[in-house]
Design a protein around this ligand. Structure first.
Ligand code: MG
Ligand code: MG
Length: 271
């Protein structure tokens, strides 16, 4: 098994710029997201936005991926392809985006809530997003990777009764989109590699309301829940630093746009 590649401060700054562009792309998309819009149109918009900023889409062409965005609605966990099926009131839509620039990648994802969302589904979104924050809080020097994984699993499964997808995991990120180590959203405290300065990982809980079992569609990409119940997905790329986890992507700029878009519901239990 190859070892993780630790990044210098300069390399982390390049990855941060890329992750910020991913976040800005998702924010740009959030401004256009509403009932009736087509994923295929958002995909074109995202590619133009990224290229206009002097970068390249990170996913398109990688492993044969046909698109800039991966758009995963409702029972689709991840890796949904942009389509011509209009978004509907009540859809939850995970949008995952990567960019490549200056020889490094950036990666982040956010699940959006279109129109009136079933309160049980909104709770799934809130819990998944909170589990990402809990996982990140464990990504500190001298902790183990299993501490991150365990925090996510404990909160989503034990506390809330949801299930963690086992077949897909987060990942190291750098000159390649997917580097060592794998970052599972399940695991045991105190296990796995020790977290050292300069480790850059994408942490991305994929949490199902029902069974953890997933299936792949005939398109070879789309992963959906076996029981067709909803699934949520939030992703940040972070660096392990001396003074704690450094979140390189930014959900805040996405949420500023969500707050202004009356067609989207904030991921929150209060609204
Ligand atoms: Mg991603
Ligand atoms: Mg990722």
């Amino acid at each position: 098994m190859s070892k993780p590649i630790y990044k210098s401060d300069e390399e982390i700054e390049l990855i941060r710029q890329n992750c910020l562009l991913v976040s800005k792309t998702l924010a740009h998309i959030a401004g256009h997201l509403k009932e009736g819009v087509l994923g295929a149109d958002l995909d074109e918009m995202a590619e133009t936005f990224i290229r206009d900023h002097g970068a390249l889409p990170g996913f398109k062409g990688l492993y044969g991926c046909p698109s800039t965005l991966l758009i995963s609605k409702n029972e689709v966990v991840v890796h949904g392809l942009p389509s011509d099926v209009p978004f509907q009131n009540g859809d939850i839509v995970s949008i995952d985006c990567g960019v490549y620039h200056n020889e490094f990648y950036g990666d982040a994802a956010y699940t959006f809530a279109i129109g009136e969302i079933d309160p049980d589904v909104m709770k799934l979104l809130v819990v998944t997003k909170d589990s990402l924050a809990l996982g990140i809080s464990q990504a500190k020097l001298d902790n183990r990777l299993g501490d991150v994984s365990h925090a996510i699993q404990h909160y989503t499964e034990r506390v809330h009764g949801y299930s963690v997808v086992r077949d897909l995991v987060g990942h190291g990120l750098g000159r390649k989109l997917h580097e060592k180590p794998e970052v599972p959203n399940y695991g045991k405290r105190g296990r796995g590699i020790r977290l050292e300065e300069g480790l850059v990982i994408a942490i991305e809980p994929m949490i199902n309301m029902g069974t953890k079992s997933v299936r792949q569609a005939k398109d070879g990409w789309t992963i959906y829940t076996k029981d067709k119940k909803p699934s949520a997905h939030f992703e940040h790329t972070i660096a392990v630093r001396k003074d704690g986890p450094d979140i390189l992507s930014d959900h805040g700029i996405i949420e500023e746009v969500i707050d202004k878009n009356e067609n989207l519901q904030k991921v929150s239990l209060k609204s």
